[in-house]
Design a protein around this ligand. Structure first.
Ligand code: HEM
Length: 414
């Protein structure tokens, strides 16, 4: 058996990542089998620790809306106890955790979420659309000038969301290369842990400098808006850096992997690709379908119970690890006809690719714009887009928190 998945010192069963050989878009067979039997399952990690996995759509939504399921996983004594000593101190460092509201519960979460919702306004998202267009176009121009071939991940999927976050945070043009380099480094998986921690420290220092700059010279960006908001008590620098880091971490790899894995999925479903090429107005529906079908938060959304909770027919005790399986819920046969088919013309249905409840993705409108513009321009600018390698050779991110491809070698008719 494969080792368990180590998530910040918290173990998850490896079955969550075991996709069928040759079917990179399908969820693990064992989970599919279990979800056919019941919507909630008690399974175990290799050391025997129980984990509750929820696979039914209705039950997943109920779990994500339930305040007895906490996002502050590291805050729970049962989890703290299990943390490996060498990561414990760093993970629990209060200054480093400040502002990272994705792991907070109400009412602490509420304060930050309100401040951020006040910044992610319709006006600001509208303003960003032409900027996203420009970033996508510039990136494609550069890729076309150098290729074919190209690595779609390195040359397109990773830089686009990184530059969009620069717009959001108001990083000066002169500093964007440094920002991109630093943020790409913290996402690398092939670095020794010491170097990763160092890269993390470097990025924090960069963000501290950015915050200082926004205090002195505010502009029309989210960070300036937060620095000069009427928050009571005012946000301190650690909180602001934590928020900026969260936006980067939550918005970079997710969007990048949707762009790259989405392109891979379209190339592997030529009739769907042809339909989208023939009618670009299908793109918004295609984006929703790709979000559902690919469910890149593939190991699920984690929570820990603060009380005994009944979900479906299972009684989950206090202090238990719960996995809300996004991929299985998004293929729940009670919700979707032919759930395993990619169908860009599928009528819109509710999916949980962006989560549900109080933590539902704050950046979803922006992510949708990035994907719609990204796929539209990619297909328009690259006629004859194709894989440069056998599909089996595309390196998949099976063990990563965000699923996708490590690289995607492509070619096109130049
Ligand atoms: C939360 C998915 C893009 C910022 C979430 C959650 C999911 C998710 C599943 C819920 C996590 C939980 O309940 O614990 C995605 C996907 C994306 C994407 C699939 C791309 C396709 C973005 C972007 C941004 C962003 C572009 C910002 C620029 C956030 C933030 C949260 C969040 C700040 C935490 C919200 C809270 O705790 O209240 N995202 N996301 N995401 N996302 Fe996204």
């Amino acid at each position: 058996p494969r080792p368990d998945l180590d998530r910040f010192g918290l173990s998850l069963p490896s079955v969550l990542a075991e996709r069928p050989e040759g079917h990179p878009f399908d969820p693990p067979r064992e989970l599919v089998r279990l979800s056919g039997q019941a919507p909630v399952h008690r399974i175990a990690t290799r050391d025997g620790a129980p984990v509750w996995v929820i696979t039914g759509m209705a039950e997943c939504r109920a779990a994500l809306a339930d305040a007895r399921l906490s996002s502050d996983i590291l805050g729970h004594p049962a989890v703290r106890e299990k943390l490996l000593p060498h990561v414990r101190e760093r993970l629990l460092d209060e200054r480093a955790r400040a502002g990272s509201f994705i792991t907070m519960d109400a009412p602490r979460h509420t304060r930050y979420r309100k401040l951020l919702t006040g910044q992610f306004t319709v006006r600001r998202m509208k303003q960003l659309v032409p900027r996203v267009h420009q970033i996508v176009t510039d990136q494609l121009d550069a890729m076309i000038a150098q290729g074919p071939p190209a690595d779609l991940v390195r040359d397109f999927a990773l830089p686009v969301p990184s530059l969009v976050i620069c717009e959001l945070l108001g990083v000066d043009y002169a500093d964007r290369a440094e920002f991109q380099e630093r943020s790409a480094k913290v996402l690398r998986v092939d670095l020794p842990v010491e170097e990763l921690l160092e890269a993390g420290d470097g990025l924090r220092a960069f963000m501290h400098e950015l915050v200082r700059h926004k205090r002195e010279r505010p502009a029309d960006d989210i960070l300036s808006g937060l620095v000069h908001s009427a928050a009571e008590p005012p946000l301190d620098d650690d909180e602001l850096v934590g928020i900026a880091n969260l936006l980067l971490v939550a918005g970079h790899e997710t969007t990048a992997n949707m762009l790259a894995l989405g392109t891979f999925a379209l190339l592997r479903n030529p009739e769907q690709l042809a339909a989208l090429r023939a009618d670009p107005s299908l793109v918004d529906g295609a984006v929703e379908e790709l979000l559902r079908y690919l469910s890149i938060v593939h190991l699920g959304i984690n929570r820990v119970t603060t009380q005994e909770v009944r979900i479906g027919d299972e009684v989950i005790p206090e202090g238990a690890t719960v996995v809300v399986s996004v991929p299985l819920a998004n293929r729940d046969a009670r919700q979707y006809a032919d759930p395993d088919e990619l169908d860009v013309t599928r009528p819109r249905g509710a999916h949980i690719a962006f989560g549900h409840g109080i933590h539902q993705c704050l950046g979803q409108q922006l992510a949708r714009v990035e994907m719609a513009v990204g796929f539209t321009e990619l297909l328009r600018r690259l006629p004859g887009l194709r894989l440069e390698v056998e599909p089996e050779r595309v390196p998949m991110r099976s063990q990563m928190i965000v699923y996708g491809v490590h690289s995607l070698p492509v070619s096109w008719d130049g």
